[in-house]
Design a protein around this ligand. Structure first.
Ligand code: PD2
Ligand code: ZN
Length: 304
């Protein structure tokens, strides 16, 4: 059971919506208190779920009621500790651990799913010809990568990011629009909430030092940046080629490194702009060969 990423999830399936509505109705103050007491006593969610089933609860409703209650409780604790409160995030529909997800025009493989931080690795998201076409379209427009300057809300060269890059407009070409529609289906997130695709090219030795993709609320430029679609709440890094050595996407908090394989992608989400999301991540130095990626950042609201 995933107790970390579920209530902050936008789930477009009507059946899942019905289930969650039934669960919400079932959460009386007494039940809420009891579930929190069980958690505080150290009983893991599967044990609490079994007690509920023994008491006659339907498994699906009990699972949802448990997830909702624990997530809300964690959220309250986080806010009490001064963290920003959580917001809905993109989330692939991975109920019952499917091996593949149908994204309309393409079936994508699920290779790894981690709850905290929320990280999902997909296989075969892009066809080889799509990777080639993206690199070819991007190449003539590449320049030293800029990042958003949180001091001012503008853009600046960043010494931590030694790649070249460019941004496409959303739906700039038929290919880009098709990929954006696929991503929207995969992650259950409105196409309008996505920034334009960014393509990056790393040469040997180039890297992107560990960072968070959300905008730091303490920085003076952040208010300006957030006017355009709110916070970033998710990232999808798509690998357009396979470097010979190095170039993995790293998550230092959890000692995970995703191998960059052409056509595959790594997705991660963050429901608040805070280190508690454990989404510190970086692009490890390319040791041999080169590395091309396309990144889609997802905002809370429409990105105009
Ligand atoms: O190239 C990567 O693996 C990488 C690592 C960290 C890309 C990004 N961040 C990004 O585009 O935000
Ligand atoms: Zn990043």
């Amino acid at each position: 059971m995933n107790t970390t990423a579920s209530t902050t999830t936008t789930n477009t399936s009507a059946a899942a919506d019905e289930r969650s509505k039934a669960a919400r109705q079932a959460i009386t103050p007494e039940l809420r208190r009891w579930i929190i007491e069980q958690a505080q006593a150290g009983h893991p969610p599967p044990v609490v779920l079994q007690s509920m089933r023994d008491a006659g609860w339907d498994e699906d409703v009990a699972t949802d009621a448990l997830e909702i209650t624990l997530q809300e409780h964690l959220n309250e604790l986080a806010v009490q500790q001064g963290q920003p409160s959580g917001v809905p995030v993109p989330e692939p529909l991975l109920d019952e651990s499917p091996a593949r997800v149908d994204c309309g025009d393409r079936v994508v493989d699920v290779l790894l799913a981690m709850a905290q931080p929320r990280v999902v690795v997909f296989g075969n998201l892009l066809a080889p010809e799509e990777c080639d076409a993206l690199m070819a379209a991007a190449e003539p427009r590449m320049a030293r990568s800029l990042t958003v300057a949180t001091k001012t809300g503008g853009e600046e060269i960043n010494a931590d990011r030694t790649s070249d890059g460019m941004f496409f407009q959303r739906a700039e070409t038929e290919l880009i629009e098709r990929i954006e529609q696929r991503i929207a289906r995969l992650l259950n997130w409105p196409i309008e909430n996505g920034e334009g695709l960014q393509v990056l090219h790393y040469r040997p030795g180039a890297e992107y030092k560990p960072h968070y993709d959300y905008f730091d609320p303490a920085e003076p430029g952040t208010a300006t940046i957030l006017r355009r679609g709110g916070q970033r709440v998710g990232t999808l890094v798509m690998y357009l080629n396979t470097p010979e050595k190095g170039g993995g996407t790293t998550f230092p908090d959890v000692h995970v490194e995703v191998a960059p394989q052409r056509g595959n992608a790594v997705f991660f989400s963050y429901d608040r702009p805070h280190a508690a999301t454990r989404t510190l991540h970086g692009g490890a130095p390319v040791i041999a060969g080169e590395k091309w990626i396309a990144t889609k950042w997802l905002r809370e609201r429409e990105f105009k």
